[in-house]
Design a binder for this molecule. Structure first.
Ligand SMILES: Cc1ncc(COP(=O)(O)O)c(C=O)c1O
Length: 374
């Protein structure tokens, strides 16, 4: 008997939510510390990176705190303006939301009716699947090929009902990216009734001539694309929840209709604005990240693991066999990593880069594993 029948059809909950398993964030440090009675816990689980906010953002936050009794600017006017200027696009083409994740959710809410389809690679960022499911749309998951988005197969999966294609470049959780040549070919072939959501949450970590700035190369060239960016990663503002999309003005307008009125906090807006002028700090963090990624890679290899590559963001994806068991072992030694079951890869862990000291802590934990696991 279905749940609705069992409850005499009295439940107000939409049946399309029945099979939906909510996104499960990485465990907080304090919880693991408390549960396991550990003195030191290192979190390498949520792709935030080890840096705090930029110095100018910290100052802006202090100033902004005096006005926390006021609602924020619901239109995020100054930040939208600054982002439009930064990217050389129109104000009407910029949407600022509570994280790139909220842009994904509002795009689904704006575009998808029940039964409409979206295509995406898999494993990939769960919101590409969960947000369409929430509105009874149909996510079509195309398996990665060699741990990379298979854009040819994605094209083949498009039907008349497909409205959105989510492409993560680089992909979370594998860290691999599609190249300019692959994306050029995609935009040549994708039919006009499909809007591509090109997620560049990790763009600032990448310094590779084969990696395109999708705002410059696709949006400005008139492609049907919404490009996603975030302040959660290299800018160190994950807790404040600010991300944005640059895309067609009619979608930006539609997102303005479905969003909550005050969902981007004034703290987030001010900190993001204050972060925009420090290109040198971005370069410094990119270099630091590159070195730490190399260290994390060699640490994992020394312990018999073979992380997927080339990984160009700030995390590594590694197949370990019994990922839940290894995750538990690491947790008991104070290292929080991310088991990949919810991302569609139950045999894998995703490990976010940390400081050299945090990576050394992981190395100690790996060295202490039972021989069967090492
Ligand atoms: C590919 C990708 N897109 C979007 C997001 C969400 O970022 P935000 O913190 O801006 O919501 C993440 C975060 O992990 C991500 O990996």
């Amino acid at each position: 008997m279905s749940r609705r029948a069992a409850e005499g059809d009295t439940t107000p909950i939409r049946p399309s939510l029945d099979g939906l398993v909510p996104y499960e964030p990485g465990k907080p440090v304090e919880e693991v510390q408390r549960e396991l009675g550990l003195e030191r816990v290192v979190k390498l689980a949520s792709n935030e990176g080890p840096f705090g906010p930029f110095p100018a953002a910290l100052e802006a936050l202090e100033r902004a705190s005096l006005e926390y009794n006021r609602y924020p600017d619901g239109g995020a006017y100054r930040l939208r303006h600054a982002l439009a200027e930064l990217h050389g696009v129109h104000f009407e083409e910029v949407t600022v939301c509570a994280g790139a994740d909220a842009v994904i959710g509002y795009t689904a809410l704006s575009c998808l009716d029940p039964g409409d389809e979206v295509v995406t690679g898999w494993p990939s960022f769960p919101s590409y699947v969960l947000d369409p499911l929430k509105v009874a749309a149909v996510p079509v998951r195309v398996p990665l090929r060699d741990d990379r988005f298979d854009l040819d197969e994605l094209l083949d999966a498009i039907t008349e009902r497909t409205k959105l294609a989510f492409i993560a470049a680089p992909n979370n959780p594998t860290g691999t990216t599609s190249t300019r040549a692959e994306l050029d070919a995609w935009f040549e072939r994708v039919p006009p009734h499909v809007l591509t959501v090109l997620d560049q949450a990790y763009l600032e970590y990448i310094d590779d001539p084969d990696y395109p700035d999708a705002i410059e190369e696709y949006f400005k060239a008139g492609r049907q694309v919404l490009v996603l960016r975030t302040f959660s990663k290299i800018y160190g503002l994950a807790a404040l929840r600010v991300g944005y999309g640059i895309g067609p003005p009619e979608l930006v307008t539609a997102i303005g209709k479905v969003r909550r009125a005050f969902d981007v906090t004034s703290a987030g807006q001010e900190a993001a604005l204050a972060s925009l002028d420090d290109a040198a700090e971005i370069t410094r963090r990119r270099e630091t990240n590159r070195e730490a990624m190399a260290l994390l890679q060699s640490t994992l290899r020394e312990h018999g693991f073979d992380p997927v590559g080339p990984a160009v963001a700030n995390f590594l994806f590694v197949r370990v066999g019994d990922a839940d068991a290894l995750n538990r072992e690491l947790l008991h030694r104070g290292v929080i990593v991310r088991p990949m079951g919810p991302f569609g890869a139950p045999d894998a862990l995703r490990i976010t880069v940390g400081t050299p000291e945090e990576i050394a802590f992981l190395a100690d934990a790996l060295a202490a594993l039972a021989p069967a696991q090492a």
